[in-house]
Design a protein. Structure first.
Ligand SMILES: Cc1cc2nc3c(=O)[nH]c(=O)nc-3n(C[C@H](O)[C@H](O)[C@H](O)COP(=O)(O)OP(=O)(O)OC[C@H]3O[C@@H](n4cnc5c(N)ncnc54)[C@H](O)[C@@H]3O)c2cc1C
Length: 311
């Protein structure tokens, strides 16, 4: 750890890395669940060259690297995360590309753009196709990695290509047909960092887009506890069924372990009621999983990403 401090600080001092850097930063400050111990180093590179230099320093010293988006789908260990955690929140920008015309728009979107900002940009500029994603928190890069989706629309439906950087700092453009997106996943591996992606949207009337967005958001608000600390759906929906329905049917709604509670509003959301720990969260996941298996025979798979020391 101290070697890493020296190496990364050295990069900072030499001016090879532009951006903020924090040591022993609590991940509970950076996750929507408000759970997670300290990341040894958390960096916020401001441009691809800075990112590349951080990656090279980490590689040289054999330091593990983890990616953080908006932290809205993450459960982080109480013991924290070893190595360097990278946030691309400084990678902002949405632009119309030259392929755009009066029927379609191809937008370049940087990884650190909050999904809500993208939706608002698309609505104001009369670009339709992602209204159903209204209310999904986090950044665009995280949404691409997770193939986030809602009400039948997934990020993959609008993707054209994704720009990624590997751990050596090499940038490649991956066309959509090479990406094998499936439900809440893609074959973009943990060794690749999403820098940006191009998406294809249809031109439409901004008022109509706005109306559809509001309808989707209201539907989401009426069925999901959006105002409480959670990481969204804990388990993936099994083929042809809903994890929330199965959890409810197994009698787990409202079940508690420490300060973690299975939401009464939507059983696939686990809420941090105050001082929840990762340990309590995982224990509750295990209990719920076992009860669902016993009740319906279905083995639930986690949708949330669980990372950090001892996981
Ligand atoms: C209230 C609430 C409602 C939600 N509703 C939905 C919903 O309707 N549909 C849905 O799909 N999800 C939903 N989610 C889950 C979550 O918001 C999405 O999965 C979101 O897209 C995750 O984005 P993020 O930036 O927060 O990623 P994070 O949680 O920070 O990271 C998720 C994964 O992506 C990786 N990652 C992040 N950025 C990058 C990058 N630039 N390059 C490579 N890897 C990266 C991380 O390492 C991690 O493995 C909800 C969450 C909450 C809290």
């Amino acid at each position: 750890m101290r070697v890493m401090d020296k190496e990364l600080k050295g990069i900072f001092e030499k001016g090879l890395f532009k951006g903020e850097m924090k040591f022993d930063e609590l991940m509970s400050e950076h996750t929507s669940l408000r759970i997670g111990g300290p990341a040894e180093v958390l960096v916020f590179p401001e441009d691809p060259v800075s990112l590349r230099n951080v990656l090279r320093a980490a590689k040289k010293e054999n330091i593990p690297v983890a990616m953080l988006g908006g932290g809205t789908n993450l459960l982080v260990s109480d013991k924290g995360i070893e190595g360097v955690v990278i946030s691309l929140k400084a990678f902002r920008g949405i632009e119309f590309t030259r392929e755009s015309n009066d029927r379609e728009a191809v937008l370049y979107v940087a990884a650190g753009v909050p999904l809500a900002v993208l939706l608002s940009f698309a609505q104001k500029n009369g670009c339709a196709g992602i209204e159903a994603l209204a209310g999904i928190p986090g950044y665009f890069g995280g949404a691409v990695f997770m193939n986030a989706g809602s009400f039948g629309t997934e990020i993959k439906d609008v993707l054209v290509s994704v720009a990624v950087m590997d751990m050596n700092g090499k940038i490649s453009i991956l066309e959509k047909d090479k990406l094998n997106f499936s439900y809440r996943s893609s074959n973009i591996s943990d060794g690749l960092i999403i820098l940006s992606a191009n998406i294809l949207l249809k031109r439409d009337n901004p008022d109509d887009i706005s109306r559809r967005m509001k309808d989707f958001l209201n539907k989401k608000r009426n069925t999901q506890p959006l105002g409480e600390p959670s990481a969204g759906c804990v388990f993936k929906n099994p083929e042809g069924d809903a994890a929330g329905r199965l959890i409810d049917a197994a009698g787990c709604k409202g079940m508690k372990n420490g300060d973690v509670e299975v939401s009464a509003a939507h059983a696939n959301y686990f809420i941090n009621k105050g001082n929840a720990t990762c340990r309590d969260f995982i224990a509750l996941m295990e209990t719920v999983k076992a009860k669902v298996k016993e009740h319906s025979g279905v083995a639930l798979e986690p949708e949330i990403k669980i990372i950090g020391k001892g996981i």
